[in-house]
Design a protein around this ligand. Structure first.
Ligand SMILES: [Zn+2]
Length: 80
Protein backbone atom coordinates (compact mmCIF):
# COMPACT_ATOMS: atom_id res chain seq x y z
CA UNK A 1 0.00 0.00 0.00
CA UNK A 2 1.23 3.48 -0.87
CA UNK A 3 0.43 6.72 0.88
CA UNK A 4 0.63 9.85 -1.19
CA UNK A 5 0.49 13.47 -0.19
CA UNK A 6 -1.49 15.57 -2.61
CA UNK A 7 -1.38 19.32 -2.48
CA UNK A 8 -4.65 20.83 -3.56
CA UNK A 9 -4.10 23.36 -6.36
CA UNK A 10 -7.04 25.44 -5.12
CA UNK A 11 -6.18 25.65 -1.44
CA UNK A 12 -2.93 25.17 0.40
CA UNK A 13 -3.50 22.16 2.68
CA UNK A 14 -2.14 18.81 1.75
CA UNK A 15 -4.28 15.76 1.75
CA UNK A 16 -3.16 12.24 2.26
CA UNK A 17 -4.46 9.49 0.07
CA UNK A 18 -3.67 5.85 0.48
CA UNK A 19 -3.64 3.48 -2.44
CA UNK A 20 -3.75 -0.25 -2.57
CA UNK A 21 -2.14 -0.07 -5.98
CA UNK A 22 0.88 2.26 -6.53
CA UNK A 23 -0.49 2.95 -9.99
CA UNK A 24 -3.70 4.88 -9.72
CA UNK A 25 -5.80 6.93 -12.04
CA UNK A 26 -9.01 8.43 -10.85
CA UNK A 27 -10.83 11.14 -9.01
CA UNK A 28 -9.54 12.85 -5.90
CA UNK A 29 -11.63 15.09 -3.69
CA UNK A 30 -9.94 17.70 -1.53
CA UNK A 31 -10.93 17.26 2.11
CA UNK A 32 -11.02 21.00 2.66
CA UNK A 33 -12.45 22.80 -0.37
CA UNK A 34 -14.13 19.66 -1.73
CA UNK A 35 -12.62 20.41 -5.10
CA UNK A 36 -12.63 17.55 -7.55
CA UNK A 37 -9.46 16.54 -9.33
CA UNK A 38 -8.45 13.89 -11.74
CA UNK A 39 -5.14 12.46 -10.58
CA UNK A 40 -2.68 10.09 -12.13
CA UNK A 41 -0.23 8.22 -9.92
CA UNK A 42 2.56 6.09 -11.24
CA UNK A 43 4.79 4.00 -8.97
CA UNK A 44 3.58 6.00 -5.99
CA UNK A 45 4.43 9.35 -7.56
CA UNK A 46 1.87 11.95 -8.51
CA UNK A 47 2.11 12.49 -12.26
CA UNK A 48 -0.80 14.79 -12.87
CA UNK A 49 -3.53 16.58 -11.00
CA UNK A 50 -6.17 18.34 -13.02
CA UNK A 51 -9.43 19.98 -12.03
CA UNK A 52 -12.38 17.76 -12.69
CA UNK A 53 -15.94 18.85 -13.18
CA UNK A 54 -18.87 16.92 -11.78
CA UNK A 55 -20.00 16.17 -15.31
CA UNK A 56 -16.59 14.80 -16.21
CA UNK A 57 -16.50 12.67 -13.07
CA UNK A 58 -19.88 11.24 -13.87
CA UNK A 59 -18.77 10.46 -17.41
CA UNK A 60 -15.63 8.73 -16.15
CA UNK A 61 -17.66 6.67 -13.72
CA UNK A 62 -19.98 5.62 -16.53
CA UNK A 63 -16.99 4.60 -18.65
CA UNK A 64 -15.55 2.62 -15.73
CA UNK A 65 -18.89 0.90 -15.21
CA UNK A 66 -19.00 -0.04 -18.86
CA UNK A 67 -15.44 -1.30 -18.76
CA UNK A 68 -16.21 -3.46 -15.75
CA UNK A 69 -19.22 -4.84 -17.54
CA UNK A 70 -17.32 -5.87 -20.64
CA UNK A 71 -14.00 -6.71 -19.04
CA UNK A 72 -12.93 -10.20 -19.94
CA UNK A 73 -11.45 -12.29 -17.23
CA UNK A 74 -7.97 -13.39 -18.21
CA UNK A 75 -7.99 -16.95 -19.35
CA UNK A 76 -5.16 -19.43 -19.38
CA UNK A 77 -5.22 -19.41 -23.16
CA UNK A 78 -4.06 -15.78 -23.29
CA UNK A 79 -0.96 -16.52 -21.23
CA UNK A 80 2.16 -16.88 -23.28
ZN1 LIG B 1 -8.65 22.15 -1.69
Amino acid sequence: MAVLTIKCPSCAPEGRVSFVDPDYEGPYTCWKCHGLFSITVQAGQLKSCQPLSREELQRQQEIEALKAKFRRSPSDKDKS
